[in-house]
Design a binder for this molecule. Structure first.
Ligand SMILES: [Zn+2]
Length: 199
């Protein structure tokens, strides 16, 4: 079997078995053409190697090999010796993170917060102390942006952080979490949900 086919097959088996997490970059976003699977024409889709199944109990699509040949999941983690492999710039899928927060039993939503900015909110709401301002949630995470697929939101990990939904003046640096992977982002939201005291 060709090495590339073996890599794709190995990753697909491990994803299906739940023994491999594709976290660290946006799973259905090609890091080379920056298109989501949903937004690809069929001939464009044919240039990618894609797996579709269930991850974290939710429907998921993972690009395994990008259109220019990039192996999106660390080959060293699945038995291929590629010491020079580097992770692509990490993009988080805010829409899926919100899905996972809801699957964990909490309210979560991604909202437009000015311009094309997307902010993920989670937890119970409370009235804002400022008259006429939006209700506060327990947790706010951002900034993100609305992407190519209608209604889906993404964020670059190098500027993304999670913290209590308060005025900036009321947030201590120690309140903030800066995840680099989707799993860390989900865990970060849950952590702030546990620790944030409403104010
Ligand atoms: Zn591509």
């Amino acid at each position: 079997m060709h090495e590339l086919d073996l890599y794709v097959a190995t990753v697909a088996v491990r994803l299906a078995a739940g023994t491999l997490s594709p976290s660290g970059s946006c799973m259905d976003l090609c890091p080379e053409c920056l298109r989501t699977v949903e937004n690809m024409a069929s001939d464009e889709l044919a240039d990618h190697r894609v797996w579709t199944g269930q991850l974290y109990g939710l429907p998921a699509t993972v690009i395994i090999v990008g259109c220019e040949g990039y192996w999106t999941i660390d080959p060293n983690a699945v038995g291929f010796d590629r010491p020079g492999w580097q992770a692509a710039e990490s993009i988080l899928d805010l829409t899926r993170i919100a899905d996972r927060i809801r699957a964990a039993g909490h309210d979560a939503t991604v909202e437009h917060t000015g311009g094309n900015t997307a902010t993920l909110y989670a937890g119970p709401t409370r009235p804002n102390a400022e008259a006429g301002e939006r209700d506060r949630y327990a947790v706010a995470a951002g900034p993100g942006w609305f992407g190519w697929a209608r209604g889906r939101a993404y964020a670059y990990t190098d500027e993304f952080s999670i913290g209590p939904d308060r005025d900036d003046d009321d947030i201590e640096p120690g309140d903030m979490v800066s995840p680099t992977t989707e799993d860390e982002a989900v865990e970060g939201v849950l952590q702030v949900l546990r620790t944030a005291t409403p104010r």
